[in-house]
Write a protein that binds this ligand. Structure first.
Ligand SMILES: C[S@@+](CC[C@H](N)C(=O)[O-])C[C@H]1O[C@@H](n2cnc3c(N)ncnc32)[C@H](O)[C@@H]1O
Length: 209
């Protein structure tokens, strides 16, 4: 069988990926992805996690945000994670595999959470990109709106929400909706987030209920 030749763009991506200092550092530290450094920087700036907290991690695979959060909340804390893809087990993390857009998956997650008992909702969810900007943006906005609904279902008063949002249609309205629900809202672009990526992170604290 002849090997399929890599496209120029995928070869470039691979070269960039392996030369990336955050990728190298993540491998050295046994982290599942470089995304951990984004959350670490958010924690340094905004102090969203404390030991003993309960965290929900939406779009958790391969697991570096779950690894990072369970490390900070410690044995007395809880991390409940969900992804459409499988995720290898992490000590202290309760993982549910399923599509968060499905009501049955939402209900299964809610059944693992004891009412409005969550301190932090994380969402790093991103849809599979089709290459059509309009479709991709709409799919991504839908996921983050569901994540904001999750906050309304499970967050304690003064809880926090960290969510990846792509700049584009719907961004400004989403920021407004988050501002209505939280007392403080910051828009962050961590150093480890690639400059050319439209991704930003909204860090919202002080959930109003
Ligand atoms: C950028 S990755 C998350 C990386 C993760 N935060 C980490 O640190 O390892 C985005 C994830 O969102 C997940 N995702 C996308 N759509 C989803 C959905 N409808 N339900 C659950 N997970 C979803 C993808 O499967 C993917 O694993």
């Amino acid at each position: 069988m002849t090997k399929k030749k890599r496209s120029a763009s995928s070869s470039r991506w691979l070269q960039e990926h392996f030369a990336d200092p955050f990728v190298q550092q993540a491998q050295k530290l046994g982290l599942r992805s470089r995304a951990a450094f984004k959350l670490e920087q958010i924690q340094q700036q905004d102090k969203v996690f404390k030991p003993g907290m309960t965290v929900v991690d939406l779009g958790s695979a391969p697991g570096s945000w779950s690894q990072y959060s369970t490390g900070v909340v410690g044995e007395k804390g809880t991390v409940i994670a969900c992804d459409i893809l499988p995720m290898d087990p992490i000590n202290g993390v309760h993982f549910l595999q399923g599509d968060f857009r499905e009501e049955a998956v939402l209900n299964a997650l809610l059944s693992r959470i004891d009412g409005k008992n969550v301190d932090v909702v994380l969402s790093d969810m991103a849809p599979n990109m089709s290459g059509n900007d309009t479709t991709d943006q709409a799919r991504s906005m839908y996921l983050i709106e569901l994540a904001l609904d999750m906050c309304n279902n499970v967050l304690k008063q003064n809880g926090s929400f960290v969510v990846k949002v792509f700049q584009g249609d719907g961004f400004e309205q989403f920021v407004k909706d988050v501002r209505a629900a939280f007392t403080t809202v910051k828009i962050r672009k961590p150093d480890s987030s690639r400059a050319r990526s439209r991704e930003t992170y909204i860090v919202a604290t002080g959930f109003k209920i």
